[in-house]
Design a protein around this ligand. Structure first.
Ligand SMILES: *Cc1c(COP(=O)(O)O)cnc(C)c1O
Length: 384
């Protein structure tokens, strides 16, 4: 990098994380962690209770739904949800169009829960009529699992419509809403969701370390004794909160206190609609600017969630992804490699404490790096 290349930094001097998570967080969220609390400290117990009370509201579930936290990354919450709600004699239909659907299948396999997979390509949402037909001919299926925004590609899956189909066939419905929770509208009741898993470090913009499951209380009560692990048993975790207000095992206290601050900032921004508006503006700015440079998106705009955008690799042989990645990082922007089977690609995230002005700085950096590499067009098609 020429010594003169400008480096953009966040308000704490860090790179901007244009990734699927962990993400750029606000200074105030990080500052909330500058204290120690005991896990039985009254102030911490209150903060934790406020966090748990806020989460069902984000998916319009207050009254019928409760939030159960799970120490660990988002996958811990997904594993807790699947292994608490799908009993050992259950069978789960897993809708797969990316890595997170595959991961759910793997969790079920390891936990020796039976599953059936309906897979579509990474840029194609599942077909509702196909799900309908599958459920109609498979009475042994007890649960349906779907991913809201499949972060592998950024594709938006029709979670509420899938829930309606599951409901018509009397199936329980489990949703991995990790990368969408708090940004994309999701109504737990309208989706007929049994449980929805997400985490602290995606669209709520906390730091990583806490997953959670928003579950319908009657279904959670009925799941007593189904779990096959101690630490991931959501019913046991919940029952203990009901009884003592405490975690069973050491909670990630600093993460929870930062999450509490992140939720304050979330409500101050107007909750889910406010957050969605900022992310949509980020996506619009990013996609317009990248298209102006010749880049092409994997997904048509109608299937593209404002969470993370997948771009095709340019065809120009002077474009070397590692070099592109490293030079953007030198300028303060961390992007993400693709992991698609359908196309050679990379990803740029729209979520985290970022605004359109940051996306414009990132676009300036992309333009500069392309010029340095001598890439004239970013088109994925070879010039004729
Ligand atoms: C981020 C994410 C997860 C969880 O990933 P962790 O690395 O365990 O936090 C699960 N599902 C989806 C769709 C995600 O985007």
């Amino acid at each position: 990098m020429p010594a003169s290349a400008p480096r953009a930094t966040s308000d704490t001097g860090d790179d901007f994380l244009l990734t699927p998570g962990p993400l750029t967080t606000s200074r105030s969220v990080k500052e909330a962690m500058l204290h120690d609390w005991g896990s039985r400290d009254g102030a911490f117990v209150r903060i934790n209770r406020e966090v748990l009370e806020a989460l069902p509201r984000i998916v319009n579930g207050e009254g019928d739904y409760v939030a159960v936290p799970m120490q660990g990354s988002g996958t811990f919450a997904v594993e807790a949800m699947l292994t608490t709600f799908v009993p050992p004699d259950g069978e789960c239909l897993v809708l797969v169009n990316g890595a997170y659907g595959h991961r759910a299948r793997r969790i079920l396999d390891i936990a020796r829960r039976r599953s059936v997979v309906y897979e579509t390509p990474e840029d194609v949402p599942p077909d509702l009529a196909e799900i309908e037909a599958l459920l109609a001919r498979s009475p042994s299926i007890t649960h349906v699992f779907a991913v809201h925004c499949e972060t592998t590609s950024g594709v938006l899956n029709p979670v509420e419509e899938i829930g309606a189909v599951a409901r018509r066939h009397g199936k329980a419905y489990l949703v991995d809403a990790m990368s969408a929770f708090g940004a994309l509208p999701l109504d737990a009741r309208a989706a007929h969701a049994t449980a929805i898993a997400a985490s602290s470090n995606k669209c709520i913009e906390g730091v990583p370390g806490l997953g959670f499951v928003v579950a319908r209380a009657v279904d959670l009560a009925a799941a007593k004794g189904s779990a096959t692990t101690l630490s991931l048993d959501l019913h046991d975790q919940w029952a203990n909160f009901e009884k003592t207000g405490q975690y069973r095992f050491t909670p990630p206290i600093h993460v929870i206190v930062a999450f509490h601050q992140a939720l304050r900032e979330f409500w101050a921004e107007g909750g889910q609609p406010g957050r969605l508006a900022r992310y949509e503006e980020n996506r619009r700015t990013l996609v317009q600017g990248m298209r102006a440079l010749g880049f092409e998106t994997l997904l048509p705009d109608a299937l593209q969630a404002p969470i993370i955008v997948t771009f095709h690799m340019p065809a120009d042989p002077r474009f070397a992804f590692q070099e592109f990645y490293d030079r953007l990082k030198d300028r303060g922007f961390v992007i993400y490699p693709g992991k698609l089977t359908v196309a050679d690609s990379f990803r740029i995230g729209c979520i985290g404490r970022l605004e359109a002005s940051h996306m414009r700085l990132a676009l300036d950096a992309v333009r500069d790096v392309m010029a340095e590499l001598g890439v004239v067009s970013a088109s994925p098609r070879r010039a004729a």
